[in-house]
Design a protein around this ligand. Structure first.
Ligand code: AMP
Ligand code: GLY
Length: 446
């Protein structure tokens, strides 16, 4: 297979990081990003198409001779872009990197994901699912659990569908509201699950439906304030590697979670050729290694994890994606850069609440070759780079240690200016006291 022209769908920091990595491949002739942002157009050609406008994407793919479509966000996958291509005689030979609509249910329906994990004995929190007709049972089930209480809208809610409530009264009130339509049809069913406490880690895998490759793991920082305080955001930064993801821990993740997931997808005949994002939580184990459990699946890469994972992926991403498309992933190798990477996200004033767009951005070119700027919510208006979202830009840097990578990213962030700019100065700090993993220079076996 010779991939020359790639269309990448999406417009966030994740897509800029993917585009940056894809553009380094000698195999690539032309990269398009739809709709992209003011950063993706530095490494690719932006195309003004919506990620959910399948007929317009179809027309563009045929017109430009696109050889592969890489899907950044979950929405088009859950809406079935993979199946749309497969069902079209003119498109079916163009591989879509991402699962079928059924496979994307791992992210699109929390209840489906929990059932899948139960069927394949994959460790996760105990749970039950309720719909509006079973509200009373749901209220009673809450009484059997210990606080805090975890309620999850079954469907996609743009990251807002999970509530963690400290008291039974609040949990029962929220359950009533969710089943009463708080998130529309997305919360017509609600998963209630046991609260797990531990540190979270995002593990990423590429699969061709038979084989898989484990990519560098990462941790994201979701709260707006330093010390993990304040409201949840789309992500204020990320680090990779994660010190507690030792080779022994990763082996446990692979044996108990990754392999059963990939085999489970195959045994249930769920067509899945793309990224799997395992949102894990590390619970204590007697032997001290840790007991990873699945908090969530996503059918795409993480944002802002991709902004550090792509720095640490040494292998040619186009080559790996060709392996996915042709089911020859088992013949490819994945190499990691041993250096740690830290991403610091710059956000608009007021985010994640109300914020204004259109603020002029001063973006000097960074002289530090160990740092990369990825755009998220940016646009160019009348020749001026302006803010166009809550998460605006990020700086990702390599370092000899997490601490030096963070310092570099903060130096870069300090040079970027726009009115109301905010960033966290403590990304990865909680991990810096943990011992570095022993295999920093090796790749995990996969
Ligand atoms: P999700 O959308 O399922 O990833 O949930 C969003 C966030 O809620 C996760 O990243 C966790 O921080 C938290 N969370 C979800 N489920 C649980 C759980 N069972 N126990 C503790 N925290 C959870
Ligand atoms: N960083 C978490 C996510 O992408 O869902």
């Amino acid at each position: 297979m010779k991939t020359k022209n790639i269309l990448l769908l999406g417009s966030g920091g994740r897509e800029h990081a993917l585009a940056w990595k894809l553009a380094q491949s000698p195999r690539l002739q032309k990269l398009y990003v739809a709709p992209g942002n003011a950063g993706t157009c530095e490494v690719a050609t932006n195309v003004p198409l919506s990620v959910n406008d399948f007929p317009a994407i179809r027309q563009f793919v045929l017109q430009e001779g696109i050889d592969m479509v890489v899907v950044g966000p979950e929405d088009p996958l859950v809406k079935g872009i993979y199946d749309y291509f497969k069902a079209d005689p003119e498109l079916k030979s163009v591989p879509v990197i991402g699962p079928s609509r059924q496979g994307a249910m791992l992210e699109g329906s929390k209840d489906f994901a929990k059932g899948f994990m139960q069927r394949h004995c994959i460790p996760t929190a105990r749970y039950q699912t309720f719909d509006g007709e079973h509200l009373e049972e749901g209220l009673r089930f809450l009484e059997t659990l210990q606080p805090p209480y975890v309620l999850k809208a079954d469907g996609l809610c743009a990251g807002k569908g999970v509530l963690i409530l400290p008291t039974l009264e609040e949990a029962q009130k929220e359950l009533r509201e969710m089943l009463g339509g708080m998130f529309g049809t997305a919360s017509s069913r609600v998963v209630i699950e046991e609260f797990l406490s531990g540190i979270e880690c995002s593990v990423f895998v590429l699969t061709d439906g038979r084989d898989y490759k484990i990519l560098p793991e990462a941790k994201d920082y979701k709260r707006i304030g330093e010390g993990d305080t304040g409201l949840n955001t789309g992500g204020m930064g990320s680090v990779s590697p994660v010190p507690f993801a030792t080779p022994e821990w990763m082996r446990r993740v692979e044996e108990r979670i990754i392999r059963p997931t990939v085999e489970g997808l195959a045994s249930e005949e769920l067509d899945y050729k793309g990224f799997i994002f395992f949102g894990l939580i590390n619970t204590p184990s007697e032997d001290g290694i840790g007991n990873p459990k699945v908090i969530e699946y996503n059918c795409r890469m993480g944002d802002p994890e991709t902004e550090t994972v792509m720095l640490r992926l040494k292998s040619d991403l186009v080559d790996l994606l060709e392996g996915v498309a042709t089911q020859t992933l088992g013949d490819r190798t994945v190499e990691f850069d041993p250096r740690p990477a830290v991403c610091v996200m710059l956000v608009s004033g007021g985010y994640p609440g109300h914020y204004e767009k259109g603020k002029a951005i001063t973006l000097p070119s960074l002289t530090d070759a160990e740092s990369v700027v990825f755009h998220a919510g940016t646009a160019v208006r009348d020749g001026q780079l302006v803010t166009n979202g809550g998460r605006v830009l990020s700086v990702s840097s390599y370092g000899d240690t997490l601490s030096s990578a963070l310092s570099r990213s903060m130096e870069g962030a300090a040079l970027i200016e726009f009115e109301g700019r905010h960033y966290r100065r403590d990304i990865g700090r909680d991990l810096m006291s943990l011992a570095p993993r022993h295999n920093m220079t090796e790749c995990p076996e996969n």
